[in-house]
Design a protein around this ligand. Structure first.
Ligand SMILES: C[S@@+](CC[C@H](N)C(=O)[O-])C[C@H]1O[C@@H](n2cnc3c(N)ncnc32)[C@H](O)[C@@H]1O
Length: 256
């Protein structure tokens, strides 16, 4: 594997975090997102595909199933996450690469399709130019990303109250999700948008503590909601909670 790139690995440098992330419940969540993302996409024939920010490979497994003729590669900046992926026999056909989205170690025009499933909010803007560079003319870019939307679901309202109560530690620079109108500009080029829509994915949690632990294990508290932890996590709430994710889905094609 290449040496550590000059990009923040954020919380993902930690092997214990990668272990907590790589759970069956998180696998169901990321695969459900991937299923919504690839619906209506392709076919991509026998081309080359890149799963950007592949993590421990939940979406990569889905991509292999959906498009088995594509030669998939997975890229991630976190060595512990890649190590989890490397141990999965389902991912044996995939070559994994330790690199940053902002500095991809590939020749220009190498890929027919680049997919990024719920990872883009971690990348710096330079990732857009890199993706455009490694896509061939006519190549496809598929991305799902959290949207900056309010939700009235009980879990979202509870989290909003907790974030408000811990304002002292709220980090203004965290993404809070993307605006859907900005998704068309993720790549700095003249591309054709074939699909841009928002969908809602609902999850049910047995209690507030489980909701919080799940968001933490996915890095979402850090990257989307702008905090590294919340105190008094179960306060004022008992019983199960629904939580809604508003997700933007984008299919774009580089002009041939
Ligand atoms: C939510 S997880 C990945 C989910 C995965 N795409 C899936 O659907 O199964 C986000 C991943 O982005 C990776 N990441 C964060 N910043 C990155 C960067 N600059 N370049 C490449 N990967 C990055 C993290 O290491 C982490 O594995």
């Amino acid at each position: 594997m290449a040496s550590e790139p000059d990009v923040s690995v954020g919380p993902w440098s930690d092997g214990e975090r990668a272990r907590r992330y790589d759970s069956a419940g998180n696998g169901r969540f990321y695969r459900a997102l991937l299923t919504r993302l690839v619906s209506g996409a392709g076919p991509f024939g026998q081309g080359r595909g890149l799963d950007l920010g592949c993590g421990s490979g939940f979406a990569t497994e889905g991509l292999l199933q959906a498009f088995p003729a594509v030669a998939w590669q997975g890229v991630d900046v976190s060595a512990p996450m890649l190590a989890r992926a490397a141990h999965k026999s389902t991912l044996a056909p995939v070559s994994l690469c330790h690199a940053a989205a902002e500095a991809l170690p590939y020749a220009a025009g190498l890929f027919d399709v680049v997919v990024s499933n719920f990872s883009w909010h971690w990348f710096r803007p330079a990732a857009g130019a890199e993706v455009l560079r490694v896509l061939r003319p006519g190549g496809w870019f598929l991305v799902s990303a959290p949207l900056r939307r309010f939700s009235g679901a009980a879990g979202n309202r509870w989290l909003a109250r907790r974030l408000h109560a811990s304002r002292r530690r709220f980090r203004r620079f965290a993404s809070q999700g993307l605006r859907i109108e900005d998704m068309n500009s993720l790549l700095p080029g003249d591309l054709c948008t074939h699909r841009l829509e928002s969908v809602v994915i609902e999850e049910q949690f047995s209690d507030a503590q489980t909701l919080l632990a799940t968001l933490e294990s996915r890095g979402s508290l850090h990257a989307i909601f702008g905090t590294d932890g919340l105190e008094g996590c179960a306060d004022g709430t008992t019983g199960s909670l629904a939580f809604e994710w508003h997700v933007g889905l984008l299919h774009m094609q580089v002009k041939p």
